[in-house]
Design a protein around this ligand. Sequence first.
Ligand SMILES: C[S@@+](CC[C@H](N)C(=O)[O-])C[C@H]1O[C@@H](n2cnc3c(N)ncnc32)[C@H](O)[C@@H]1O
Length: 263
Amino acid sequence: MSDSSKMYDVETYIAEIYDEIENYIDDVLLIKKHLGNKKISILEPFCGTGRITLPLAKDGHKIVGIDNAKGMLDLYKRKLKGTGLTSENVKLLKKNVLTENWPTGFDLIILGGNCFYELASKKEQELCIKKAYKSLKIGGYIYVDNDHMEGDLDSNWQEKEVVRKSLCGTTKDGSIVETTRKTIWYDIKQRLAKFERRAKVVKKTGEIIENKFIQQKHPVSAYEVQSWLEKHSFKIKNKYGNWNGETYIKDSPRAIFWAQKKG
Ligand SMILES: C[S@@+](CC[C@H](N)C(=O)[O-])C[C@H]1O[C@@H](n2cnc3c(N)ncnc32)[C@H](O)[C@@H]1O
């Protein structure tokens, strides 16, 4: 089973850069449109630093977040300070989403922010839908939101030996963060690619920390997500193509599902 949390886990350095770059809230607004006034219990596997769930906790919903990167969870905890929210409102669990159990009894499970792009195969992605079914109350909802990457593998996933930068920047204390990705193998037919990934931090003190690992990805299709939801007893209520809530079409930038657990 894969675990790409290493990519995000150099103390809170990479988490800080993640928050600087990935600070959009369009998906949070789309989720809020479905929630009404009732305060509910929400589980977010792959919660990161709370980009999605911290605003929902501030609205009064009860949150449980799961992530395997201590650095991401530590920054989430830091952001909770001074909000008046306690572990009663937001509970954070350091676990591998794929290999460990998820808590149960939730009204909503969020699989957002392209989290399926953290995973190595269809099998791992489907497993998350299966686990979500187990963790929801009957009648509870699931939100699944990914890039819409159909057809052949994206051409830039096929460029072997090209080093592409992803999360890069300078943290508030002057430390330099650089993360990169280089394709080392791909299979167009199976829609799979393997990357050599590096996460490097040069601390203000001069100390250098470097994580290097191999990551495999499968760009999930809208068809796959829909078929797993139907197979695992969810009723699809809405299928959106963007965060404005417009209906999904073939050329939509995203594939977003709002579905309900059947009895
Ligand atoms: C792209 S971030 C998304 C964070 C958040 N959902 C958002 O939208 O801002 C993906 C997160 O998934 C976590 N992650 C990746 N694989 C994981 C695994 N197998 N188990 C637990 N967490 C994992 C990473 O540590 C990272 O914090």
